[in-house]
Design a protein around this ligand. Structure first.
Ligand code: SF4
Length: 228
């Protein structure tokens, strides 16, 4: 059974009501107390819950995604779906074309398979630098950058995420129906088998300890707040 097969029978309704109320309250507090607030969305399932909550309540929280140039067509299609359903244009943060060209010319299009260093350099160019240009901190030490970050869905179960999406007819990335638990760049993300660790779907050719991109915002789940 994949995550998208989870049903209302898989949730505790009292817990769901509680975490939903908490998430709404957290987002309202963010919008009220921190401005400008931004939400880094991977356009995957959890982030669509947050997008729906933000957009339905018309909260002043800007939603953006990192358009790395290597996303699945299905993921890019979510930008269009959000525009259709909510009339909202998700902001796209893109890498510097010159930096991408230099990397590809020197190393090849898929050099990230060759070494951890090559992979991290690709992530730096396509993810970290676009956020730097957007003046968003990318370090864990966010306090030093005048940032605070929140995870309004920290206590949600996977079943609750899918219950929310389905009961509210929220659009979601069709890759989830094909076994993708999390969604990143196309060449670095794959479907997993039931029971397999979620991390098996990312950078599967690397040792587990090297699996990070120096950018904890990139896989969603975080609302980053820039203090004025
Ligand atoms: S996830 Fe893969 S394709 Fe995407 S930026 Fe990182 S190395 Fe490059």
């Amino acid at each position: 059974m994949s995550a998208t097969d989870l049903t209302a029978a898989d949730i505790d309704s009292a817990h769901f009501d509680s975490v939903l109320a908490d998430a709404k309250a957290t987002l309202e507090r963010i919008a009220a107390e921190f401005s400008p607030a931004v939400f880094a969305s991977s356009l995957a399932a959890e982030d669509m819950v947050l997008a729906d909550l933000i957009l339905r309540a018309k909260l002043p929280i800007k939603i953006f995604t990192l358009e790395t140039g290597r996303l699945h067509a299905e993921t890019l299609g979510m930008v269009d779906r959000i525009r259709e359903v909510y009339g909202y244009d998700v902001a796209l943060y893109k890498p510097e074309p010159a930096a991408v060209d230099a990397y590809v010319s020197a190393n090849g299009l898929n050099a990230f398979y060759d070494s951890v260093e090559m992979r991290k350099e690709c992530c730096r160019i396509r993810k970290v630098e676009p956020l730097n240009r957007a003046e968003l901190a990318v370090q864990e030490d966010d306090a030093a950058h005048g940032m605070q970050k929140f995870n309004p869905l920290a206590d949600w179960t996977e079943a609750e995420v899918w219950h929310y999406l389905k009961s509210n007819q929220v659009p979601y990335n069709p890759l989830h129906d094909k076994g993708y638990p999390s969604i990143g760049c196309e060449p670095c993300t794959r479907a997993i088998q039931p029971g397999e660790d979620v991390r098996a779907g990312r950078w599967w050719w690397e040792n587990p300890e090297s699996k990070e991109c120096g950018l904890h915002v990139v896989d969603g789940k975080l609302v980053r707040i820039k203090s004025a």
